[in-house]
Design a protein around this ligand. Structure first.
Ligand code: UGA
Length: 454
């Protein structure tokens, strides 16, 4: 079976590499020639653990190819996956389908009978059906099928998520499309991955609804964290207790500076706008979008408030990626925080283990440093914005000794609440009481009286 993947972003590249690992002959296509050159040389253009090694192995085995020529790569394909970008449209709400429609128009003239078009991009309900009608109109004689196959992988753990997914969703229109798509995912179904066969629209909505639900869950716990701060409760304990209820589950209950990335923000906006247009407004999703935007600004205000007189102060920002294990900064809370701090006349020094190349282009006024300690030298406050492991492993005593003021604002609750305070930091986190150096109530043996070590 010959498979072509159009678009080598996170989803397209990981899909291509993993499907070639299944043993299929795969060609990944992108119109960015420099990206294709890199891939041909065995280099992964994104930071995504595990992809590069798998890419090299499969290319070496002759199963994985790269090309800029979508037409040639699709001519003899049995299945063509579409994983091109679907950016927000100019109004920032709906998605712009110009790349998807453009690619369909480009390759349709050369498609062979029996081909299956598989839409992996996140699209609103009805998009795959529209594509089917476009192809029918261009090639009335062509025998083809369409499948909607939304992807649920996360950046940072994409290979694992692809190889061991909770489910594979196949929105199908006919038996041929179903059987080809089922054949491609057979290595996963043999390992007991649930393969859900659905209608085209069920598949499309399930993707938007899943992302919106998770975004809402994060937003919910963020608001509960605010309540914890007002009442002396501890969000880590509260979230743990909630998560023990299997109906709720313990994932996506980590309070923080708000969600970012290329998916949750864009997908919630698209779902809300589409649903409004369809006459079924999604009030919870609309509120999630508003609250998350406000949360990023409130996180900046938390830092500004902690500084007292902010102007002329120096703040070290550690972590700018929207989450750990990625170099992606799209809609990262760190961007809003840096912007708000710069507006207040605060000097910023910043560090990120992977995302500095992209971020330094956006913020030339920030002093970028390849080392977290160097970024903190003489700083009046250090702000932890991304949950990188390297920030968990910081030597807090060393950090305090090089800073001008011992003030730490941990927007990801990376550290145990009392540990930075133990070495002399004023420690401000999310949904937990501020910990002042040695202010903890203890019994006669020096043990903290309140239960939470968190
Ligand atoms: C998300 C979904 O989780 C994937 O299932 C989906 O395939 C993907 O979007 C997509 O549509 O392509 P991703 O954007 O990679 O994946 O990142 P997540 O791990 O979901 O995190 C999203 C945001 O929520 C991040 O900013 C993260 O820091 C934040 N988050 C997540 C929290 O603040 N708290 C949590 O407990 C979990």
């Amino acid at each position: 079976m010959k498979i072509t993947i159009i678009g080598t972003g996170y989803v397209g590249l990981v899909t291509g590499v993993c499907i070639s690992e299944f043993g299929f002959d795969v060609t990944c296509v992108d119109n960015d020639a420099s990206k294709i050159e890199k891939l041909k040389a065995g280099h992964c253009p994104i930071y995504e653990p595990g992809v590069e090694q798998m890419l090299r192995q499969n290319a070496l085995a002759g199963r994985l190819h790269f090309s800029t020529d979508a037409v040639e790569a699709s001519r003899n394909a049995d299945a063509v996956f579409f994983a091109v970008g679907t950016p927000s449209s100019d109004d920032g709400e709906m998605v712009d389908l110009k790349y998807l429609h453009g690619a369909i128009k480009e390759i349709t003239p050369v498609l062979k009978d029996g081909v299956v078009i598989i839409v992996k991009c996140t699209v609103v309900a009805g998009t795959t059906r529209t594509i089917m009608h476009m192809i029918e109109k261009m090639r009335p004689e062509l025998k083809f099928s369409v499948v909607s196959n939304p992807e649920f992988l996360r950046e940072g753990s994409a290979v694992d998520d692809f190889m061991k997914p909770d489910r594979v969703v196949l929105g199908v229109h006919d038996a041929h499309g179903r059987s080809v798509a089922e054949h491609i995912y057979r290595p996963l179904s043999l390992q007991s991955t649930p393969i859900r066969i659905a209608s085209l629209e069920d598949a499309e909505i399930s993707k938007h609804a899943s992302n919106a639900f998770l975004a809402m869950k994060v937003t919910f716990i963020n608001e509960i964290a605010d309540l914890c701060e007002k009442t002396g409760a501890n969000i880590i304990e509260v979230a743990d207790i909630m998560g023990l209820d299997e109906r709720i589950g313990d994932q996506f209950l980590r309070a923080g500076p708000g969600f970012g990335g290329s998916c949750f923000p864009k997908d919630t906006r698209a779902l809300a706008a589409f649903a409004r247009k369809a006459g079924a407004p999604q009030m919870l999703v609309e509120a999630t979008i508003r609250i998350n935007h406000a949360r990023k600004i409130a996180s900046a205000e938390k830092v500004i408030g902690a500084l007292g007189k902010p102007e002329g102060k120096t703040v070290a920002i550690l972590g700018v990626a929207f989450k750990a294990n990625t170099d992606d900064i799209r809609e990262s809370p760190a961007l809003t925080i840096i912007e708000e701090l710069l507006n207040k006349g605060i000097n910023i020094r910043a560090f990120d283990p992977q995302a500095m190349t992209a971020a330094s282009k956006m913020f030339p006024d920030v002093t970028w440093s390849p080392d977290p300690y160097e970024a903190c030298e003489n700083a009046d406050a250090v702000v932890l914005v991304t949950d990188w492991n390297v920030l968990r492993a910081l030597d807090l005593t060393r950090l305090k000794s090089i800073m001008a003021q011992p003030l730490m604002i941990d927007l990801r609750n990376i550290h145990r609440r009392k540990e930075p305070a133990k070495v002399g930091f004023t420690y401000i986190s999310v949904g937990r009481e501020i910990a002042e150096p040695s202010s903890e109530p203890t019994d006669l043996k020096g043990t903290r009286l309140t239960a939470a070590a968190n």
